[in-house]
Design a protein around this ligand. Structure first.
Ligand code: AQP
Length: 329
């Protein structure tokens, strides 16, 4: 049997090249060697307020993007988190074995809570729900960007604690980061990671941005006062742009150095912009075709939920049995 992979994306805004290079690109590659489950984590998205109509539309947009980047529904399962009730059910059981101090230490919680007037409990519980997503499918590998590493460590801690209290139940999942692109930074501020929910039009490149918008954003990206690319002294803005180029092209370090060394910033930005535009073109084209095919997307999501539900239900039944809860079986 192939090892199982699970990963997800929140439909909380426009998917950007950070989401693609940090996660989705890896997901596509993993399909050949693993049994993959890719999830639109809408229950995670509502940890911060979402306009209901916009959220509904985003769920379908993200699903269409999964397909457009190359997730093949014939071999991988694409699911919407809220359509498989076992995610929320297991999350509650795991909440009960998770010390609140573990959750209060999470960097993402602290950062997101700081920008809210009132902090919903869901924001604190976010990593427990993420642990449930992964452990529900007894996933072996979780391909994510670097920002999710801490949540993955917590997932392992929760699984270990559960196994210690109730007996061996969960597979211990491993984190898989991409070699390049694990942390794509904001174009307007290379000290913060590119994020869907960050304000500012020049912050991120969305996967569905038209070529002109991509060109404009990259040409205006924050750099430093050097006149040309110097790998020894370059600041985080230029480094970020070159990382983006490398993550899209998969060129080795030597080729990247030879290509960019000594290039003026204007020229370097142009190269990056055109590379991003050309890389996104087929994804955008495929996205349009998928959206224009009535009934296709709902069919894919229904098939995905039907395929994974037996795995999810088996885990929930096992956990209930271990905990002494009432079980139908
Ligand atoms: N800047 C990034 N660089 C590399 N990888 C990234 N990921 C996110 N941002 C970057 C990876 O994308 C996957 C999906 O992320 P998510 O939707 O679960 O939420 P997130 O990590 O919180 O991403 P955002 O874009 O910052 O969303 P918001 O603003 O809604 O919180 C994950 O594998 C993540 O590591």
């Amino acid at each position: 049997m192939k090892p199982r992979v699970f990963s997800g994306v929140q439909p909380s805004g426009d998917l950007h090249i950070g989401n693609y290079l940090g996660a989705l690109k890896n997901w596509v590659r993993m399909q050949s060697g693993y049994e993959c489950i890719y999830c639109i984590v809408d229950l995670h998205a509502i940890t911060l307020y979402q306009d209901p109509a916009e959220l509904r539309a985003k769920i379908e947009e993200v699903a269409a993007l999964f397909l457009a980047v190359g997730i093949d529904p014939a071999v991988s399962s694409i699911i919407v988190q809220s359509s498989v009730p076992a995610h929320a059910e297991l999350a509650w059981m795991l909440t009960c074995v998770t010390p609140v101090g573990w959750l209060q230490r999470m960097t993402q919680f602290k950062a997101k809570a700081a920008s809210q007037d009132t902090v919903g409990d869901g924001l604190l519980q976010y990593p427990v729900l993420m642990a449930a997503d992964i452990l529900l499918y007894q996933a072996h590998i979780v391909p994510v960007g670097e920002d999710q590493s801490q949540h993955l460590e917590l997932t392992r801690d929760i699984a270990q604690r559960f196994n210690a209290l109730y007996g061996d139940t969960f597979v211990m999942p491993e984190t898989k980061l991409p070699e390049v692109g694990a942390r794509v930074m904001g174009l307007d501020d290379p000290e913060t990671k590119m994020s869907k929910s960050a304000p500012g039009v020049g912050h991120g490149v969305a996967l569905l941005d038209p070529p002109d918008a991509i060109r404009k954003k990259i040409m205006r990206a924050t750099t430093d006062s050097n006149p040309a690319v110097d790998f020894e002294t370059m600041g985080p803005g230029v480094r970020n742009l070159i990382n983006i180029f490398q993550a899209f092209t998969d060129w080795p370090d030597e080729q990247i150095r030879a290509h960019f060394s000594g290039l003026g910033y204007g020229q370097a930005k142009k190269q990056v912009a055109e590379m991003v535009i050309e890389s996104l073109r087929p994804i955008q084209q495929r996205h349009r075709e998928i959206v224009d095919e009535p009934g296709y997307l709902p069919g894919v999501l229904k098939q995905g939920a039907e395929r994974v539900s037996p795995i999810a239900n088996e885990t929930v039944e096992l956990v209930k049995k271990r905990m002494g809860l009432y079980s139908r079986s």
